[in-house]
Design a protein around this ligand. Structure first.
Ligand code: NAP
Length: 476
């Protein structure tokens, strides 16, 4: 298919990448395998067009972005179906993701109109100090496969609203919804060259995006490993970076927690999107006094989750993204069991023939886990929940902060003083306090430590695409 969109032209290539449906293994579509030369042309188009787009009044940019938002909603159902096909997530989740993509454009349509500078006190009557906020410039948007349309939308909407132009490099596993999003952007009369899309091999295209002098900003969501690499490559031209990287979120359940709420929260925080979320609760730390009751209710709730292809009514757990993801989940379960954990439910591919043709994995609960196990150290990025007991608050906080990650953390307690004390001590950019859905369109999202830096969402998100210019004026 024509999946390269460079300077307003759609192009295909004989050399392609097959995109597979993880529920069936079928090939959904073949996208062009773009090359370094394509990335260079995309950057050059974005650089040329930036000179014009940055001059377009924010009100006019807002009209175009609102149009994109409306077009996404008009096409919500077909986009959601495409998302379920290429990514596997349940259709209801896919609809929600498309809705969220639309909301990003609406939000940033307005946010772009609120960018303003300052007039500062000057030291003499005939002097003036002004501060202007300007677009940073050509921005490379590099995105993962777990939220393929929402992530592209959030970054692109904020960049465009700020007056930047972009080159999007979507995940090779899920490029199709990004292609359709860019088609809608084109229909919204965003001029050629403002948004460019290059599908293809990461290292070749990424190598251009991280080193080309015209690229001023890299906004990346993906693994910590790749984030570090991009950071190193981008240092040669000192690019501005926003890195939304991996996580290993702890979820703390104290003895005074509302048990039902904690169980529901833990199921959502661990198993939403099949556990393939960067802020997924990877370690469930439970006070020993409440552990028996929590374990029983949590295991029952997890065993009741419906594992089925995303198009099947009531599906809550679709397939994992690919075979490698299933193998990683299996390895984490096996390692935990080898080290003394007890598998309470799930943890296998299941026996249903309808599941065996895809990359399904039954949601697992592991009891008696320790910090030494792989599942407590590495991001599983799959539906595996290790239960780790604790006795004291200090012990729980120390374990929560033990990993090099710092994206999200969750805690369930009814003690206000404890809640605030622990929230203050948790090393994470995002906290869910008696709440599993720890972010919203208005909130800043991003990590600390090796989970990265920079914030997306709300008015914080547009800051990432702005630079500050100070102007000193003499009236003499
Ligand atoms: P990934 O392997 O790091 O890939 C992410 C993106 O980077 C893809 O588009 C990939 O392209 C591209 N890429 C890979 N190597 C590159 C290179 N050398 N130069 C330039 N681009 C390169 O991550 P993933 O497996 O797609 O996503 C899962 C990871 O993302 C998890 O670690 C998860 O925690 C993290 N994540 C973080 C957040 C957050 O907000 N903090 C949100 C979602 C996911 P190809 O597909 O072509 O390889």
């Amino acid at each position: 298919m024509k999946s390269l969109y460079i300077d307003g032209q759609w192009e295909d290539r004989d050399d392609t990448i097959a995109v597979q449906d993880p529920a069936t293994g079928e090939v959904v579509e073949n996208v062009a395998r773009g090359r370094a030369g394509d990335a260079v042309r995309a950057v050059e188009a974005a650089a040329r067009e930036w000179e014009r787009w940055r001059q377009v009044p924010a009100d006019t940019r807002a009209v175009r972005l609102r149009r994109v938002a409306a077009l996404i909603l008009e096409h919500q159902e077909e986009l959601a179906r495409l998302l379920t096909r290429e990514q596997g997530k349940p259709l209801s989740d896919a609809r929600g993701e498309v809705q969220s993509a639309s909301e990003q454009f609406l939000w940033y349509a307005e946010e772009g109109r609120r960018v303003h500078g300052d007039v500062l006190p000057a030291p003499a009557p005939d002097r003036r100090f002004w501060v202007w906020r300007e677009p940073v410039g050509v921005s490379a948007v590099i995105t993962p496969w777990n939220y393929p349309i929402q992530t592209v939308a959030r970054k692109t909407a904020a960049a465009l609203a700020a007056g930047c132009t972009v080159v999007v490099k979507p995940s090779s596993l899920t490029p199709l919804s990004a292609v359709e999003l860019v088609r809608l952007i084109e229909q919204a009369d965003i001029p050629p060259g403002v948004v460019n899309l290059v599908t293809g091999p990461a290292e070749e295209i990424g190598g251009v995006l991280t080193t080309h002098p015209a690229v001023r900003k890299i906004t990346f969501t993906g693994s910590t490993e790749v984030g570090k690499r991009l950071m190193a490559e981008a240092s040669s031209t000192v690019k501005s970076l926003s890195l939304e990287l991996g996580g290993h979120a702890p979820l703390l359940v104290f003895a005074d927690a509302d048990l039902d709420k904690a169980v529901r929260g833990a199921v959502t925080a661990r198993f939403r999107s099949m556990g393939q979320i960067c802020h997924s609760a990877n370690r469930i730390l439970v006070h020993q006094d409440i552990l028996p009751a929590f374990r029983a209710a949590f295991t029952a709730a997890v065993a009741a989750l419906k594992v089925a292809p995303g198009f099947e009514a009531g599906s809550q757990i679709g397939p994992l993204i690919n075979e490698a993801a299933v193998l990683r989940a299996e390895r984490h379960v096996q390692d935990a069991v080898d080290q003394g954990a007890t598998l309470l439910t799930g943890g296998t591919r299941g026996r249903d023939p309808g599941l065996l043709q895809g990359t399904f994995f039954l949601p697992a609960v592991l009891d008696n886990c320790t910090p030494a196990m792989l599942v407590a150290r590495e991001e599983t990025f799959g539906p595996v929940a290790p239960l780790i007991p604790f006795r004291h608050e200090e012990e729980a906080v120390a374990e929560a902060n033990r990993t090099p990650y710092g994206l999200a953390a969750y805690l369930f307690t009814r003690d206000l003083a404890r809640a605030l004390r622990v929230a203050e001590h948790l090393e994470a950019g995002v906290i869910g306090l008696n709440e599993a859905r720890a972010s919203g369109i208005s909130t800043p999202f991003g990590g600390v430590k090796e989970s990265g830096f920079g914030r997306e969402g709300g008015h914080y998100g547009i800051e990432e695409f702005l630079v500050t210019k100070s102007i000193a004026v003499s009236l003499e």
